[in-house]
Design a binder for this molecule. Structure first.
Ligand SMILES: Cc1cc2nc3c(=O)[nH]c(=O)nc-3n(C[C@H](O)[C@H](O)[C@H](O)COP(=O)(O)OP(=O)(O)OC[C@H]3O[C@@H](n4cnc5c(N)ncnc54)[C@H](O)[C@@H]3O)c2cc1C
Length: 814
């Protein structure tokens, strides 16, 4: 077999827009020993038939920034490479046809303002002035983003490929990767139909084929193919080339100008999966048969908006398959299953919009081992065990496809593929009125319905139907005692003679305490950013038990595993399924638990921050004296098969002290009042504990070295440029949901990272970073006056410097 190239460092598989953009950026970073391999011709997979709309606004600031990067790149790419891109910044319009959609659009406009985009609200008439061919009889209002645009997908890809070649990257078309070669867990090369290429790193940019490619090396990429159609018309009188792109979510459709005619496509509720039984061979520059019967539902909706479509000639109904994912976001990053194997796939029909930025982020990830900034919503590690089964992935993905343009309600839950992962108490809690939410496949009680009340969320942008139930659960936790089923917590054990040494390096807080102690800690990256936020329990000299949030199971396991310093003897095991967790929280928690255990729970025998194995109802229960709600309490970690017995004992004894069930929405309200930070919103890889006001949880007073320490020390010396602050709004009519814009003295300084309602203090609560290039200190924070923009309206708010609810800490600790 011929050795094609022996010294490539990086091989990219797939020559669509994502592979080409990754190659372009690697070339720009000086990695000319990169080879891009495409089995057909460049663009011949999905890219060639994309419609080419380029929108920017997403619900996450960094993903929005990534799409903004695409726009900036597309503006200049043609000048740089000499290859046309078809880029046109003609702006993007979004319509609202009912009051609730209008509320959503206004909230999106505020999100855009939070992220620095100039999204303008328009009257129906103003929108029609920009798009004269449309009927606005049913339009309540519209939003316009002038910097959105459209491009020619194939041209952009060829331009990126040309730019990559100009920087020395090799592009091989008509070459198929048959196998990724792995020896002793290390990538050594790829085998193609033309020979072998040695390499150190592989980047899977195979679009809808990425799942089957990755599976060959044991990597799980949760995506499936779904048919997606759009129609192209002949020229229509009055359609001009400067026409903005148009999204009409209430009619499930989108439009763009195309050589004097229109492209019109949409997202039907009953999407059709493709390639369920496998892909056909040689599917290059190939389309599926037009499905007019299926498209009719969109056509009918579109005719109401653009009557000219009735008489317009139809050039083509494009039916192309595209890869979609269970949560509608794309998949980026290094696979947790295989070092140096990277993925950029699953672009949910916004691969052209995302391609420029995604290629940049992926190239940096490949070179530096981390993305340029936190990309958690797209991170491959957001998936887990529930995403392994293709049938489950397909069900959930089809649901997400159908919801592309439906209202994105606050607190909305998925419907398909449920129930999947169930705590041993699921059926009991269901009988007791639990309304479940889902995370990483786990069913988790969000709140409990009363007798006669249906345990079902009724969505709205106002206070939702569960508000009072959650208020009662909240108060019961503050005033008496409640039990939360938190069995979905991710749980790991780190075992081995060097376990302490390893965790001392990885954890920012001091975990080298005596057996039986518990430490709340962050794990930091080299920039001091918070990668994990979790609890570490010392079980023995050589054994630690680690508890983290449900959604972070894959991410945190991966972070800990890859950061165990080389040569240390410490092994990480996932024991999530081994333990159910019941959290018993509230001032009466001790009184209740003492009724069902002979082990002593008083403060001398069982102080705050410690763990003991106690006997309850025949079970050996590991009890953790800890709280995330700001009350006296214990997390009971129970070997799964004993969970029912312990719950029964608790319930029985609980009758005398008024024990109530409570759910995750009460936890959220309780933690907001107490000021506990939540990972992935208030804290994350881009925020340090200093910026988040959590330096108290870092062992900076000790001389123990830990990952991220020097970044924190530099920050302490130089000061910070942003700080997490707490805000309250007294007006009971305001509903804070997160992403609202923060203004200080009339200037935009940030946005809310999380928000909700505090039932004890009876106020709206929001957390968010206040940013200032010249630095942010207490004097700066105290000297400002603050407002929040909520759905484009401004409301006065108060900045708070103390925890909003602070029962004397002694109460929790005694
Ligand atoms: C009808 C339709 C309309 C769309 N409209 C828009 C739009 O308006 N705006 C927007 O932003 N996005 C749109 N999209 C989405 C966009 O087209 C995709 O997200 C994007 O093209 C995906 O690019 P990719 O590089 O990930 O995949 P692809 O373009 O599919 O590239 C993957 C490549 O990998 C190659 N490959 C696979 N396996 C191997 C192997 N073993 N060896 C070598 N090569 C291999 C394939 O041949 C293929 O060329 C639309 C999609 C469709 C279907």
């Amino acid at each position: 077999m011929t050795e094609l190239l022996s010294d490539a460092k990086i091989v990219i598989i797939g020559g669509g827009i994502v592979g080409a953009s990754t190659a372009y950026h690697l070339g720009k970073m000086g990695y000319s020993d990169t080879v891009l391999i495409e089995r057909g011709k460049l663009t011949s997979g999905t890219t060639f038939h994309a419609a080419g709309l380029v929108g920017q606004l997403r619900s996450n600031a960094n993903i929005t920034q990534l799409l903004g990067y695409s726009v900036d790149l597309y503006k200049t790419l043609e000048a740089e490479t000499g290859q046309a891109t078809g880029w046109k910044m003609n702006g993007g319009l979004r319509l609202a046809c009912n009051q609730e959609r209008w509320t959503e659009v206004k909230r999106q406009a505020t999100t855009a303002h939070s992220f620095g985009l100039d999204m303008q609200l328009l009257t129906p008439k103003e929108a029609q002035d920009l798009w004269p061919m449309m009927n606005v009889d049913d339009v309540v209002g519209a939003a316009f983003l002038p910097t959105d645009g459209q491009a020619n997908p194939s041209d952009i890809t060829l331009s990126l490929a040309k730019g990559a070649r100009m920087k020395g990257v090799t592009i091989m078309e008509d070459t198929e990767v048959l196998e990724v070669l792995v020896e002793d867990g290390k990538i050594t090369g790829v085998l193609t139909n033309k020979g072998r290429i040695a390499c150190e790193k592989v980047v899977n940019c195979c679009g809808q084929w990425a799942r089957q490619e990755a599976k060959k090396v044991g990597v799980n990429v949760p995506l499936v193919s779904v048919e997606h159609q759009y129609m192209i018309t002949e020229k229509i009188e009055g359609i001009t080339s400067d026409l903005p792109t148009l999204r009409d979510p209430d009619r499930l459709t989108y439009y763009k100008e195309d050589v004097g005619g229109l492209v019109m496509g949409g997202y039907e509720p009953n999407g059709i999966p493709w390639a369920v039984k496998g892909f056909p061979e040689k599917f290059h520059f190939s389309l599926l048969d037009s499905n007019w019967d299926h498209f009719e539902q969109l056509m009918e909706l579109a005719l109401g908006r653009v009557p000219a479509l009735e008489t317009a000639g139809v050039r083509e109904l494009i039916n192309g398959p595209e890869s979609f994912t269970p949560d509608g976001n794309f998949i980026l990053g290094e696979a947790p299953e295989l070092k140096n194997y990277f993925v950029g796939a699953g672009f949910n029909a916004f691969g052209i919009a995302a391609g420029g930025g995604a290629g940049m982020a992926l190239a940096e990830w490949v070179v530096n081992g981390e993305p340029p900034y936190d990309l958690w919503p797209a991170d491959i590690r957001r998936f887990g065990q529930a995403h392994f089964d293709t049938d489950w992935v397909r069900k959930r993905t089809l649901e997400a496809y159908g919801k592309h343009y439906t209202m994105a309600w606050p607190f909305e839950e998925h419907k398909t593929g449920r129930p999947n992962r169930r705590s041993p108490l699921y059926e009991r809690l269901k009988e007791q009125g639990a309304c479940f939410g889902e995370k990483l496949g786990w069913e988790r009680p969000n709140w409990f319905a009363k007798k006669g009340q249906e345990p079902k969320d009724i969505y709205s942008f106002e206070r939702q139907n569960w508000f009072n139930n959650v208020g009662e659960e909240h108060k019961a936790t503050r005033e008496a005692v409640t039990v939360f089923d938190q069995s979905s917590f991710a749980k790991f054990k780190l075992i081995g003679p060097d376990a302490e040494k390893a965790l001392s390096w990885i954890c920012a807080n001091d975990v080298s305490k005596k057996t039986g102690s518990l430490t709340y800690t962050q794990m930091l990256n080299d920039r001091g950013g918070v990668e994990c936020d979790l609890t570490v329990v010392r079980l023995a000299k050589d054994a630690f038990y680690i508890v983290t949030g449900t959604g972070y199971a894959t991410h945190d396991f991966d972070w800990i595993k890859r950061n165990i310093p080389e040569g240390l003897n410490a092994h990480l095991v996932d024991v999530t399924s081994g333990f159910a967790v019941l959290s018993v929280m509230g001032p009466d928690a001790r009184k209740l638990l003492q009724k069902i255990t002979e082990d002593k729970l008083d403060n001398d025998n069982f102080p705050f921050g410690s763990i003991r194995t106690i006997g309850i109802a025949g079970a050996p229960v590991t009890a953790l004296r800890v709280t995330y709600v700001g009350e006296l309490g214990w997390e009971l970690h129970i070997p799964t098969e004993f969970a029912a017995s312990v719950f029964e004992a608790l319930s029985k004894a609980g009758e005398e002290v008024g024990l109530r069930n409570a759910g995750y929405r009460a936890i959220e309200s309780l933690r907001l009042e107490k000021g506990y930070r939540a990972w992935a919103s208030d804290i994350g890889p881009d925020h340090t504990p200093i910026e988040a006001g959590m330096s108290w949880a870092c062992k900076l007073k000790s001389d123990i070295a830990f990952k991220g320490r020097s970044a924190l020390e530099t920050q302490i010396k130089n000061g910070v440029k942003k700080r997490l602050c707490c805000f309250t709004v007294d007006d009971p009519n305001v509903v804070l949901l997160g992403r609202e814009t923060i203004y200080r003295n009339g200037q935009r300084v940030g946005w809310l990272t999380s928000a909700g309602y505090g039932f004890t203090i009876e106020k709206n609560i929001g957390y968010g970073y206040v940013r200032c290039r010249d630095g942010v200190d207490m004097a700066y924070l105290k000297s400002g006056s603050y407002q929040l923009e909520v759905g484009t309206e401004l409301f006065d708010c108060a900045i708070q410097f103390k925890a909003l609810y602070d029962p004397e800490m002694q109460k929790i600790k005694q």
